[in-house]
Design a protein around this ligand. Structure first.
Ligand code: SF4
Length: 325
């Protein structure tokens, strides 16, 4: 551990004890579990599992160097992604349903998770990219506390679908430097219908506001994100993503400086195949309309995808994953 170095932020939090204190508070929230807006109330410390299906230990489906995230996340050496099993949303179009809904993966004691973090650092990745971490935040901090004395010092990217409790995110102040949240829906009806996520909009907005309060606008050094927040917005067919509502919130309630990653790689997989309008890809016009809305709301920072979205399709589809099992 590098004494006196305050980046990533968790090194200071480790030294002053605040990381350990946050971890203890979050572990206690596993019984009864209220880690996310569902507040299932199950006792995960004693083997129970709630809506997400996750118990006491975190499960990992796979971990790998990822070259296809946003350019400032992947950089030249890649982002070290850890794909956690289970999810607190149930998106009927989920491309990762094998591990998000069906729970494929391997349960990891904190020591094993810490070893994965170290492997990712040894691969030379720019950062540790925690994919769908909302239901395993305490377990991640337990592993981090074990990894730091072994020399772990990669910045953490908190890569979330955005169905979060703001008070859990507030525990990550001084621990997470880079937030990568989805703002998936602007309307609770769509969030319910497509992802079975009641109250998504209010929870998502409160959580993203807390992330921005902590991390601020994106700061890049040497072409790689050092700190800040990037909001991802996936354009869904038939206007289901409520793009105008989402952008209005960002522009009027947060900041027009926020970087937006406007994604066009929606693919009708899993249960979406027979459910119009989710049974088709988005049209060029639908994506062009979303791009126009960026301009309309004065959101000038971020990334849009080319007409095929090939790079992102390759990045996010589940077929290129290999299981740990
Ligand atoms: S993390 Fe899982 S068990 Fe806990 S409240 Fe959310 S869905 Fe329920």
């Amino acid at each position: 551990m590098k004494e006196g170095n305050d980046y990533p932020s968790y090194l200071k939090a480790y030294r002053d004890g605040s990381l350990s204190a946050a971890c203890s508070r979050l572990v206690a929230r596993l019984k009864p579990c209220d880690l996310c807006p569902r507040r299932c109330g199950v006792n995960r410390l004693d083997g129970g599992a709630g809506f997400c299906g996750s118990g006491r230990l975190a499960s990992v489906f796979t971990y790998q160097r990822h070259m296809g995230e946003e350019p400032v996340i992947s950089g030249e050496r890649g982002s070290g992604t850890v794909f956690f099993s289970h999810c607190n949303m149930k998106c009927i179009y989920c491309q990762n349903y094998r591990f998000s809904s069906l729970g494929e993966g391997v349960e990891c004691e904190p020591e094993r998770l810490a070893a994965i973090f170290m492997e990712i650092q040894e691969m030379g990745c720019h950062n540790l990219n925690l994919v769908t971490p909302s239901h395993v935040v305490p377990q991640i901090l337990e592993a981090l506390i074990l990894a730091i004395p072994q020399g772990f010092s990669l910045p953490i990217v908190y890569n979330t679908s955005g169905y979060e409790s703001a008070d859990v995110i507030s525990e990550l102040a001084g621990i997470v430097d880079i937030y990568l949240p989805d703002m998936r829906y602007g309307d609770d009806g769509a969030a319910m219908r497509c992802s079975n996520a009641p109250g998504y909009v209010a929870a998502n907005r409160a959580a993203v506001a807390e992330m921005f309060r902590q991390a601020g606008p994106l700061a890049v050094e040497g072409g790689v994100a050092r700190r800040g927040m990037i909001v991802r917005h996936l354009v869904l067919p038939g206007g289901l993503s409520g793009t105008a509502t989402v952008f209005r919130f960002i522009a009027e309630r947060l900041s027009k400086d926020i970087h937006i990653s406007l994604m066009r790689q929606y693919n009708p997989v899993y249960k979406a195949a027979g459910l119009p309008p989710l049974d088709r890809r988005i049209t060029d016009d639908e994506y062009a309309d979303a791009v126009k809305l960026l301009e309309e709301y004065g959101l000038e920072n971020g990334w849009i995808q080319d007409e095929h979205g090939d790079k992102e399709v390759e990045t996010f589809l589940g077929e290129n994953f290999s299981s740990m099992a």
